[in-house]
Design a protein around this ligand. Structure first.
Ligand SMILES: [Fe+2]
Length: 255
């Protein structure tokens, strides 16, 4: 039953993405990027849910698949994935799901929790007082989302030719530059603000800062096993400050 519900949900999601991709013509690759990201986040969430023995799994798996559904109308209307220049894609996704019928197999509470988790998946903090199930779903989605964003951005940064500004947020491509306040924040065990990022190395530092703050041990193990710290620090400037920071993040990741 669960397997069939999931299969149907995935197929509706892929069909929906296909509709946006068709309408966007030449810019369809940006829709495909988010469709594939969502499918991978869904698969990562399944690993985290199994690793942490969270049950029932279905609301987690639905929320992880649908967490970025707001990206499609966002990109169609504004041509960007920058929330600060368009709409908040978590809010957009929650509004979309509310009227979509995509969650019709769930009871009211689970449906509400999935929608809340989608709304909050991209906020800086999860608010106090959230329904514990919504919070738990949101934490898994946020962990899985971060685990997939790292290799997506890395592959775009490392690709030959001009940068894709949609993925690298239009940040300055200055291989030897970084912003001291971003570095300080990461060194202090905090996550930089998106608005603080000025160049691509700042973005790389932001991605590295995510590892130790992943909520679940299963998530931190995936971050470690996939060698994300090595890959991120390999593209930062050869400066002793980064050697020390990498060692510190690796220590915190394994703690
Ligand atoms: Fe998102």
């Amino acid at each position: 039953m669960t397997r069939e519900v999931l299969r149907r949900m995935r197929s509706r999601f892929v069909g929906l993405a296909g509709g946006y991709a068709e309408r966007l013509g030449e810019r369809r690759e940006h829709i495909v990027l988010k469709r594939d990201h969502s499918l991978r986040v869904h698969a990562l969430a399944a690993r985290i849910v199994a690793g942490e023995a969270l049950a029932p799994a279905l609301p987690y798996l639905a929320a992880s698949l649908l967490h970025d559904i707001g990206r499609f109308p966002q990109f169609e209307r504004f041509g960007t994935y920058r929330d600060d220049e368009s709409v908040d894609h978590g809010d957009e996704g929650a509004a979309f799901l509310d009227g979509s019928g995509l969650l019709e197999t769930f009871g009211e509470r689970e449906r509400d929790c999935i929608i809340q988790a989608v709304r909050m998946h991209n906020k800086r903090e999860i608010p106090e007082g959230m329904d514990p199930l919504a919070r738990s779903i949101c934490e898994v989605v946020r962990d899985a989302d971060k685990l997939d964003i790292v290799p997506v951005v890395l592959s775009k940064i490392q690709a030959a030719g001009p940068r894709d500004p949609v993925v690298t947020l239009g940040l300055a491509d200055e291989p030897l530059a970084w912003t001291p306040s971003v570095l300080e924040r990461v060194a202090a065990g905090d996550n930089p603000f998106y608005g603080e990022l000025r160049c691509i190395n700042d973005f790389t530092l932001l991605l590295a800062s995510w590892g130790p703050v992943l909520v679940h041990g299963a998530s931190r193990r995936i971050f470690a096993v996939r060698g994300y710290l090595d890959r991120l620090f390999a593209i930062l400037p050869a400066d002793p400050v980064f050697v020390a920071l990498k060692a510190d993040l690796a220590r915190r990741l394994a703690a």
